[in-house]
Unconditional design. Structure first.
Length: 281
């Protein structure tokens, strides 16, 4: 079910970001960091992340299951508007490996004929999905080449309505049969846009050919990506086990973004523009 009130608040917050950006730009025309204008405003980003472990809640039976963090990655392009300003705005298009589920459990001996210490531990990633980050960024110079940056904003993930399913089976030789002992099913919501709050502190490092940015990425999903249920069945000793399953979409990772230096032709035009502005003033 969609939390319409919460989603409306997020959309209002996004609009406020845009409005505030325009007001700030209108109030201040000073370029505090002109050295940033020497680099392209489009940057290539690569972000290894850890997705928060799924949550399992047992509602019936006596066998517990737990989830582990799921390694993932997202990559794409970022566009910075007026990077030479102390406070700037950026947006982008990223591709993300969709986390689906992580399951770990151990069955008591005697539940499957011919098996002892039966253990299962698996993480699953799905297809690539698109997200659009919208962020405000504040910069402070820390040294001749180093700048602190702090970004905050919203990451809009596009995830179409659908479901995922998984099963675990064991082949019982004495009975010459394959027995399905575990099943899990997760479902996305109907509305395909998932807003996520995003906070990213980090640093810029300037070199002549490339402007590097390294950040810590924290993403807090507002609606869960998946909700569903799981069950154990066809066991000789333990009775049927049931429970619920959620995967939030929360992430913690490292962001690496590279901005290439502009061509000599564009840098020359930039210098001519700066000289012209000085002459006019």
């Amino acid at each position: 079910m969609i939390n319409k009130s919460r989603f409306t608040k997020v959309l209002i917050a996004i609009l406020l970001i845009f409005v505030t950006k325009q007001q700030i730009y209108a109030q201040s025309s000073k370029n505090k960091f002109p050295e940033f204008a020497s680099y392209k405003t489009w940057g290539l980003t690569f972000n290894p992340v850890l997705n928060r472990a799924p949550n399992y809640t047992r509602t019936l039976g006596n066998i517990d299951i737990k989830g582990n963090s799921i390694p993932g990655v997202n990559f794409g392009f970022n566009k910075v508007i007026q990077p030479e300003r102390e406070l700037s705005f950026r947006y982008g298009v990223h591709l993300n490996l969709l986390p689906i589920e992580s399951s770990q459990f151990r069955l008591p001996d005697g539940n499957i004929p011919g098996f002892t210490n039966f253990e299962f531990n698996e993480r699953t990633l799905g297809q690539l999905i698109i997200s659009v980050p919208l962020e405000m960024e504040l910069k402070k110079q820390m040294g001749s080449r180093i700048y602190f940056s702090a970004r905050i904003g919203v990451n809009l993930t596009l995830l179409r309505e659908g479901s995922v399913e998984g099963t675990v089976s064991a082949f019982v030789e004495d009975l010459n049969e394959r027995r399905e002992i575990f099943g899990i099913r997760g479902q996305t919501r109907k509305f395909p846009i998932y807003p996520n709050l995003k906070i990213s502190p980090g640093f810029y490092y300037i070199t002549k050919p490339i402007l590097y940015q390294v950040s810590i990425i924290y993403q807090k999903a507002i609606p869960n990506y998946f909700t569903g249920e799981y069950l154990f069945d066809n066991l000789d000793i333990s009775e049927r086990i049931e429970g619920t399953y959620t995967l939030s979409g929360d992430q913690l990772g490292i962001g690496i973004t590279l901005f290439l230096r502009k061509s000599k032709k564009k840098l020359k035009k930039l210098e001519e523009k700066a000289v012209k502005n000085v002459y006019i003033n």
